[in-house]
Design a protein around this ligand. Sequence first.
Ligand SMILES: NC(=O)c1ccc[n+]([C@@H]2O[C@H](COP(=O)([O-])OP(=O)(O)OC[C@H]3O[C@@H](n4cnc5c(N)ncnc54)[C@H](OP(=O)(O)O)[C@@H]3O)[C@@H](O)[C@H]2O)c1
Length: 307
Amino acid sequence: MKTTAKVAGGYKVSARGILNNFAIEPEIYIEDPSGIRGKTALITGASRGIGRAITLEFAKQGIARLLLVARDSKRLKQVAEEAIRGNPELEVIPLVLDLTETEAVNSAIAEVWQNHGPIHILVNNAGVAHQSPFLSSETHQFQQEINVNLLGTYAITRAIARRMVERQEGTIINVSSLMGKLAAPTMATYSATKFALLGFTQALRAELAPYKVRVVALLPSLTETDMVRDKQLFGLVLPATPEQVAQELVAGLRNGSTEILVGWQGKMAAIANRFFPWLTEAIVRVLTPESNSHATENPTLIVGCRV
Ligand SMILES: NC(=O)c1ccc[n+]([C@@H]2O[C@H](COP(=O)([O-])OP(=O)(O)OC[C@H]3O[C@@H](n4cnc5c(N)ncnc54)[C@H](OP(=O)(O)O)[C@@H]3O)[C@@H](O)[C@H]2O)c1
């Protein structure tokens, strides 16, 4: 007798060995709960840091095709080669794109959709961060944070989400930050963009649910990447590795989480902030690096600030 239970989109787990003694040879198909195996994902900011780690983790999890977006073609190619070494079946297409160039983004998405088929998973990971007291921040720096972190994310999401809606299938992952829950002094614009991404995620989740498009947020806390190398770090915060962030993302997708926090410190901080916001605000103030905590190093800038 042969029993077969099959769940669409699943992969096969054979229980043959265990049940041979009972003369039953079932083939059980269980769904990949993370929704990664056999799918196509587009990952922005894939050339380094967290985006690179998500690329390699998705390759390990059996994704079929990866579209990798960033501006640095050499680094993208290196990451593509690394991903293929981890999964020789994988197809990788590097897309050299600046997310702030909306027209280029729209035509690139139209072209890849036509040539390589549908994108099932979009990971909006690309981001930039600048650190300085707000009153002495440079206009071009906070504009870049808004342009990349928010407007760049909107542009590529619109191009892909409308196609996902037509197919009634897809997952969108927006990489926010713990700073999207708990704003940090000296990172005002960065925090503002990350709070905004959580609002964007929540609204989109409700709008796209009827079309079977899932929208989730990933909220890493401090992670060892290029982004934080030149920053004055907040005291007592233990950095995660990009690999840990990628693994927690996959675990969160598997569990059906809508907001995926990373590391015990991140989880504790988010819970504490929800119930005792006055306490977390006080703690963040104490942990702010001394040399960066003043409104401006040059008092004259308060009057004639460069914003
Ligand atoms: N590191 C942390 O502590 C931390 C904590 C919480 C959240 N996050 C978030 O995690 C995400 C990844 O951060 P990370 O730490 O991995 O940063 P990272 O190492 O600095 O990498 C940033 C990525 O974004 C890409 N990028 C930047 N501007 C772009 C543009 N205009 N168009 C296309 N791609 C662009 C970069 O590629 P190119 O330069 O090649 O274009 C790079 O691949 C960000 O959204 C960040 O806010 C990071």
